[in-house]
Design a protein around this ligand. Structure first.
Ligand code: NAD
Length: 450
């Protein structure tokens, strides 16, 4: 069997490695560097800079030297990890092709090259081409110096003032990061609360924590124009419809990402797309049998780990069909239980339903709460500003969702995800003995209150 994979981000390269491990011949085509957005201009560079920022004393003057050092370290980390991926792809069953692929038929893609067009045919094709930054159709949005998340990752000097348009995941991670490096930061968010897709209780608490750190936040802010000059002036109308502006040396546009749908020639073979992305079923198969799409290009939650898991499901389905089977593979992957983390200071992490989700679907719930300030390890780390909330069915105790704001939330959330995945209810979960003193006792305390 031969599998063609387009895109070498986590959705593409991890599927390629696993397919080769199963004895499948793979052609992996990419027009960008190995690792995709996650490794080259997303998760890994951001977290490397964030780690450096967190070592600095809070609220000091702009730490230009520290940023320059962190940038050097970031480049080394990215290069090393890219080398690691190249090693993983060194399997003799994998052929790596550099270039831009587009569909020439349901089982065929072409890639232009210096020696003419190359054609590749496969039994199945997996599209994992990711997403691109979105912008706003407002005057000044394309002024030089209005930065995307890729560009702001490359700054060698801390901007004295930074205005961030969009209080979603990317906006808040950079707000937190550059505040730690000493910039004056303002976030303008269109929705009434930050992180509109997260549990409002937690996003409100995160807002308070960011404001305490000196980040200015405006919600219900409609950005109307960006004026250039010696410094930018970002004009917006606030929640009382008053016209206001923020002056800033740098502006970051962080109003979302959109699926990279153009230039693959989807229409030529009739792959159905919605305005959000490629339409797929539970196996991540598109409207064209044998053609799959995973990750950001589907326009679902844009998370690296979700893309990898989707790639695995698609591969499992390809293998099932090759063995004469059909339906959804019995692979244990549960796409309703996907942890998500926002790497602000403090961190926010969640899995499953929010209070708003429960209310919208009529699901009864009990909110089980615990605070970091009652946890010995948190206090010893000077990290008493934190909160954990587990939502459980009031009768059965089934865990519906978990939300953590505080130090190491992104690590702690996986215990809640495991409990949900394996169907352990809140009462039984509370009896699990946790080591003392650890932050994991915060989750235990919440569960024990059932
Ligand atoms: P997002 O959808 O999380 O946030 C965009 C924000 O911009 C929203 O809050 C939205 O209300 C706001 N917005 C939209 N129009 C606006 C306007 N005119 N004025 C002001 N605000 C406006 O998108 P993002 O932060 O750009 O991130 C893109 C994707 O990448 C998301 O799916 C995110 O989950 C993913 N991502 C994940 C991580 C992580 O897992 N830690 C990190 C970075 C990005």
């Amino acid at each position: 069997m031969k599998l063609i994979i387009i895109g070498a981000g986590p959705g593409g390269y991890e599927t390629a490695v696993e397919a080769a491990r199963r004895g499948i011949e793979v052609v992996l085509i990419s027009d960008g560097p190995l690792g995709g957005t996650c490794l080259n201009e997303g998760c890994i560079p951001t977290k490397t800079l964030l780690h450096a920022a967190e070592q600095l004393p809070e609220g000091e003057t702009p730490a230009d030297a520290a940023l320059a050092t962190a940038q050097k370290h970031k480049r080394a980390v990215v290069e090393q990890l890219r080398g690691g991926i190249a090693l993983l792809l060194g399997n003799k069953l994998i052929t790596l092709v550099e270039g831009h692929a587009s569909f020439a038929g349901p089982h065929c893609v072409t890639v232009p090259g210096p020696e003419g067009e190359r054609r590749f045919e496969g039994d199945a094709i997996l599209v994992a081409v990711g997403s691109v930054s979105a912008s706003l159709p407002i005057p000044g949005a394309d002024l030089p110096g209005v930065l995307s998340s890729r560009e702001i990752l490359e700054l060698e000097r801390v901007p004295r003032s930074l205005c961030i348009i969009g209080g979603g995941v990317i906006g808040l991670e950079f707000a937190s990061l550059y505040r730690s490096f000493g910039a004056e930061v303002t976030v303008l968010e269109y929705a009434p609360s930050l992180l509109p897709r997260f549990d409002t209780d937690l996003s409100k608490r995160l807002r308070q924590a960011l404001v305490r750190r000196g980040i200015a936040v405006e919600t219900s802010a409609r950005v109307e124009a960006i004026d250039g000059g010696d410094a930018f002036s970002v004009r917006f109308s606030d929640k009382s419809c008053a016209e206001r502006s923020v002056a800033a040396e740098c502006v970051l546009m962080a109003v979302g990402r959109r699926a990279a749908l153009s230039s693959l020639n989807f229409e030529a073979i009739g792959i159905e797309c919605s305005p959000r992305g490629v339409v797929v079923d539970d196996n991540f198969e598109t409207s064209v049998p044998g053609v799959y799409a995973v990750g950001d290009v589907t326009g679902r939650m844009m998370l690296a780990h979700e893309a990898s898991a989707q790639g695995l499901r698609a591969l499992n389905h390809i293998c099932l069909c090759a063995d004469g089977g059909s339906g959804v593979p019995d692979d244990g992957l549960d796409f309703s239980i996907i942890p998500a983390a926002v790497f602000t200071t403090p961190e926010l992490a969640c899995v499953g339903l929010s209070e708003e989700d429960c209310k919208a679907s009529g699901q009864e719930f009990r909110a089980l709460k615990a605070f970091y300030r009652a946890n010995g390890k948190a206090m010893s780390m000077d990290a008493g500003d934190g909160y954990c909330k587990v939502l459980a069915d009031p009768v059965s105790g089934r865990i519906l969702g978990a939300h953590i704001l505080g130090a190491h939330a992104s690590d702690l959330i996986h215990e809640a995800a495991a409990l949900m995945q394996f169907g352990v209810d809140a009462k039984r979960a509370g009896s699990l003995i946790h080591a003392h003193p650890t932050l994991s006792e915060v989750l235990q305390a919440a569960l024990r209150s059932f």
